[in-house]
Ligand binder design. Structure first.
Ligand SMILES: Nc1ncnc2c1ncn2[C@@H]1O[C@H](COP(=O)(O)OP(=O)(O)OP(=O)(O)O)[C@@H](O)[C@H]1O
Ligand SMILES: [Mg+2]
Length: 256
C-alpha cells in the first residue's frame, strides 16, 4: 500500500521519533503503549495517524509534542532533541515551536475569540505578526466573530478559534488529537479544509490523530498504528483506500 511521496517534495524534518517506547506501569499491569516507533514528519506535510482504540495514537502525539515523557528512544523537534532539554526549556520549546488542537477546544471562556487566538503569544511576551494573524483569521473565516466569547460561538466556530490559535504563532508543527471529533460533518470538513490549506498555502506541518477515513483523506499521508507499532503507511489517501486498509486490520487482527 505504501507509495513513495511525490518527487520534489520537501524532506526537511519538522519532527522525528526514533525507536520511541512508552511503557506504563510495572510487572503484570505493565502496558507497552509505544513499542520502538520510528517516524518522520516532514515540513509542509499533513499526516494523519490512525489505528484502533488503545493502539498508542495519543501517546505518540503527546510524546512527540513534548507533553509526555517517554521510556526510551528519542524525539526531535526541528534540530532539537527533547531528551536533552530541562523542564523550562521544554516548556519554552512547546510554546514557541508547537501548536496544539485538542478535541475539547480548550478555549478560555472569559476571553474573546481574538484574545484566545493570541493568548499563547501574549503569555510568551511575543508580539503577533499582524499580517500573518490577519491571514490566519481570514482563512478560518472568523473576521466577524473576533469580539465574541466562546459561549457565543458555535462548536465549529470554537474549533476554528482553536485552529487559528495553533496557527497564529507560526509553530514548527501543529498536532491535533481528533480535532474534528466533536464537530458535525460540515464544520468538521471546514476545519479539515483549513488545516489542509495551512499546509498547502502556508507551508505548515500538521499531524492529526483521527478515527475517520474521510478526515484522513484530507491528509497527504496516513500512518497506521496497532499495538504501539507502526504497521503501515499510505500516501495520497482517499476515504475508500483508508477504509479498505482499516478493514484489513479487522480481518487479520491488529498486528497484521
Ligand atoms: N496513564 C496511563 N496509564 C496506564 N496506561 C495508559 C495510560 N495512558 C494510556 N495508557 C494505555 O496505553 C495504550 C495507548 O493509549 P492511547 O491513549 O495512546 O491510545 P489511542 O490510540 O489514543 O486510543 P483512542 O483511539 O481510544 O484514543 C492503551 O492501552 C492505554 O490503556
Ligand atoms: Mg487517543
Amino acid at each position: 500500500m505504501t507509495t513513495a511521496p511525490a518527487a520534489g517534495r520537501t524532506t526537511a524534518v519538522a519532527a522525528r521519533a526514533t525507536e520511541l517506547s512508552k511503557i506504563y506501569g510495572q510487572g503484570e499491569t505493565q502496558v507497552v503503549a509505544l513499542d520502538r516507533v520510528s517516524v518522520d514528519f516532514v515540513q509542509a506535510e499533513f499526516t494523519a495517524i490512525m489505528g484502533p482504540s488503545g493502539s498508542g495514537k495519543s501517546t505518540l502525539m503527546h510524546c512527540v509534542a513534548g507533553l509526555d515523557t517517554f521510556s526510551s528512544g528519542s524525539v526531535r523537534i526541528g534540530d532539537t532533541e527533547l531528551g536533552s532539554l530541562k523542564d523550562k526549556q521544554l516548556t519554552k520549546l512547546r510554546r514557541d515551536k508547537i501548536g496544539f488542537i485538542f478535541q475539547a477546544f480548550n478555549l478560555l471562556p472569559t476571553l474573546t475569540a481574538l484574545e484566545n487566538i493570541t493568548l499563547p503569544m501574549d503569555i510568551a511576551g511575543r508580539k503577533p505578526d499582524k499580517e500573518w494573524l490577519d491571514r490566519v483569521i481570514d482563512m478560518v473565516g472568523l473576521s466577524g466573530r473576533l469580539g465574541h466569547r466562546p459561549s457565543q460561538l458555535s462548536g465549529g466556530q470554537q474549533q476554528r478559534v482553536a485552529v487559528a490559535r495553533a496557527l497564529a504563532s507560526k509553530p514548527e508543527i501543529i498536532f491535533g488529537d481528533e480535532p474534528t471529533g466533536n464537530l458535525d460533518s460540515r464544520s468538521g470538513a471546514e476545519v479539515l479544509g483549513f488545516l489542509r490549506n495551512s499546509v498547502r498555502e502556508l507551508g505548515q506541518t500538521v499531524v492529526m490523530v483521527t478515527h475517520d477515513p474521510v478526515a484522513a483523506a484530507y491528509a497527504d499521508r496516513v500512518v497506521f498504528l496497532a499495538d504501539g507499532r507502526i504497521v503501515d503507511e499510505m500516501y495520497g489517501p482517499t476515504a475508500e483506500t483508508v477504509l479498505d486498509r482499516m478493514k484489513q486490520f479487522d480481518a487479520k487482527g491488529r498486528t497484521s
